[in-house]
Each structure stands twice: as C-alpha cells, then as structure tokens.
Ligand binder design. Structure first.
Ligand SMILES: NC(=O)c1ccc[n+]([C@@H]2O[C@H](COP(=O)([O-])OP(=O)(O)OC[C@H]3O[C@@H](n4cnc5c(N)ncnc54)[C@H](OP(=O)(O)O)[C@@H]3O)[C@@H](O)[C@H]2O)c1
Length: 324
C-alpha cells in the first residue's frame, strides 16, 4: 500500500515536472526573443557566483553584456566565471565577465567596490541587487547590523546610493531588486532593527525582503524624471544554495530533494524575471513596480506604506553613514 502510494506520488511528481519544464521552457523562449540585445551594456550583478545571480549573469553574458560579478569570495567568483564561459562556449563571445570583490556585510567593502566601479566604468546601464542571505542564526555584520537586514537591505542601500550618480549619467538605466514573497510575513519594527531585543530568523528574512520593496518604491519616487528606473521582483521557489542555514533531518533529505526537483524552479527559470526587468523593451520607463514570472503583481498594503518607506530610507541613510 505504502509502496503504491510512493509510486503514485513519484509518477505524479514526474508528470508535473515534465509539464512545468515544458511550460516554463516555452515562456523562456518567448521572453528571450523579446529581450532587447544587451550588447555593449554594463551590468552589475551582486551575489553572481551562485544560484539566481549566476544564472542571471550567464544569460546577460549570452546577450553580449559586460557583466560585473560583485562577489564576496574571489575564488568562488572565478570558479563561477570559468563554468559560465565553459557552458556558453562560443555564445559567450561579444560579452565580458569581470570579477570585483564585494562583501555586503561590510560597508568598507561596499565603499571600495563602488570607488573602483566609479574609477573604471564610464557608464553603468543596469544594477541588479540580487545577493541575499536566508534565515541564518543571529550574526552581525562588520558594522554591527543584524546580518539579514545588513546584507539584504543596508548593504544594497549603500551600494545603490553610491552608484546613483553613474546610473543617472548613463540614463536610460535600470535598477533591479530581488525580493521574495516572504515579505508578507515581515514588519519594519523601527525600535529593534538590529534584533537586539529579540531575533527570529524567519521574521528577520521577511523583514529584510519587505525592506527591499519599500526601498524600491521610495527610490522610484526619488528618481522620477531622471531616466533611471527601479523595480522589484520575487523569483518564486528556486533550487539554489539559499537554504544553507536550514537544517533538514538526514532521513528527510531524500524526500526534500525529490520534492525540490519536482516542484522548485531551476536557477535559470527563477532568474527569468531579473533578466526580463534588466533587458526587455517591454518595461522601458516602468518604475516602482513589483513583478513575478515577468508580470506585474499586486502588493500587500504594508509594502505600499509610503510613510514607512520614507522613515526606513531616512534611518538607513544614518545607519550606513550617508547622513551624519
Ligand atoms: N532561492 C529561492 O527560492 C528564493 C526565493 C525568493 C527570493 N530569493 C532571493 O534571491 C536572491 C538570490 O538567492 P539565491 O536563491 O540565488 O541563493 P544563493 O544560491 O545562496 O545565492 C546567494 C548569493 O548571495 C551572496 N551573498 C551572501 N551574502 C553575501 C555578502 N555578505 N556579500 C556579498 N554576497 C553575498 C552569496 O555568496 P556566497 O556564495 O559567497 O555565499 C551568493 O552568491 C536572494 O536575494 C534571495 O533572497 C531566492
């Protein structure tokens, strides 16, 4: 009986997998056809050595962009770059991969990354704030911020602000922010942004992803009329290394792997909305919007609270030292 149920589940999962692959593959082909040629465009992708960032960087390279991989570990970035070039072969010709060290858990590192970009790059067409950390135990960044809020929100907040001048002088240009549907479970608790009173790793992640959306909407307001757009997305559930801090019991691992193979997106499938927002002519001039599966989606009221967004912006400016 149990064996029959397992077999039925495996067969059902297999059929679902084939159907999903077929449908998402078809979507990808049409999206790629619609994607504007990125030849000659300079793009920064943070966290580009793994998962969604790696897939995004590879696809933009295939579209002949100059892709700057902003990564905290040079060895992992070099390995990813080698693998991407090997996978693409002749399709990588015309584009360029450049590695630059960027640790979003260190404001010093963010500043020196930006300083180098500003010195070396005459223009910046797209910034993709992709790097992220998920449900880690309580840890602090170099500057004493709770890690998930520090990396996912504050590091990218400083990065974007320091690169805004270059993005403006390169207009039309785009900023793409990778958030998550889990923002729905977050709140911006201004009285404990460093989670010193209490820390819950799930809430910490959701809060940082809500902050990504509030940041995007406030930035879009500030960028009106500049030719720089900023949009935010959720990628869906994707099979990446994001769950490295999640403990799955040894016995449950095979089942988890089966389920993830059947139901989670591949990194390339998950990266489609980032690629779309970075490169498609369809979203030219569109700003301050939330996307999933390459389509605009609605937000909960908590993510559209302009007063909270402004307050978060002001506090973030002080936290990262942009405003004394
Ligand atoms: N996977 C999903 O189902 C899912 C769902 C919703 C949203 N997202 C979002 O998608 C984005 C990409 O995640 P992923 O799923 O591709 O996970 P991933 O495979 O773990 O990739 C995350 C990337 O972020 C980098 N990173 C982490 N901390 C960093 C730091 N301090 N400085 C610079 N880079 C850092 C990682 O570098 P190392 O390799 O050196 O650690 C890695 O390159 C994240 O923002 C995540 O929140 C993912």
């Amino acid at each position: 009986m149990a064996a029959a149920a397992l077999l039925a589940a495996a067969l059902g999962g297999g059929l679902l997998l084939i159907a999903r692959r077929y449908l998402s593959g078809a979507g990808r082909a049409s999206r790629s056809a619609a994607a504007a040629l990125m030849r000659g465009k300079t793009v920064i992708v943070t966290g580009a050595n793994s998962g969604l960032g790696r897939a995004t960087a590879a696809e933009l390279l295939r579209l002949q962009a100059r892709v700057i991989l902003g990564c905290r570990d040079r060895g992992r970035a070099e390995q990813a770059a080698r693998e991407i070039r090997a996978e693409l072969g002749a399709q990588a010709e015309g584009g360029e991969l450049v590695i630059r060290e960027l640790d979003l858990a260190s404001l010093r590192s963010v500043r020196s990354f930006c300083q180098r970009v500003l010195q070396e790059e005459p223009k910046l067409d797209v910034l993709i704030n992709n790097a992220g950390i998920f449900q880690c135990p309580y840890m602090k960044t170099e500057d004493g911020f709770e890690m998930q809020f520090g990396v996912n929100h504050l590091g990218h907040f400083l990065l974007t602000n320091l690169l805004l001048g270059l993005l403006k002088s390169s207009a039309p240009s785009r900023i793409v922010v990778v958030s998550s549907k889990l923002y729905k479970y977050g709140e911006i608790n201004f009285e404990d942004l460093n989670s010193e009173i209490s820390y819950n790793k799930s809430f910490g992640y959701s809060r940082s992803k809500l902050a990504n959306i509030l940041f995007t909407r406030e930035l879009a307001r500030r960028l009106e009329g500049t030719g720089v757009t900023v949009n935010v997305l959720h990628p869906g559930i994707v099979r990446t290394n994001l769950g490295r801090y999640v403990n799955i019991p040894l016995l449950a691992k095979p089942l988890f792997n089966l389920v993830s193979w059947a139901f989670f997106k591949t990194p390339l499938e998950g990266a489609q909305t980032s690629i779309y927002l970075a490169s498609s002519a369809e979203v030219e001039g569109v700003s301050g919007k939330y996307f999933g599966d390459c389509k605009e989606e609605e937000l909960l009221p908590k993510a559209m609270d302009d007063l909270v967004a402004r307050k978060l912006w002001d506090i973030s400016e002080v936290m990262v030292g942009l405003l004394k």
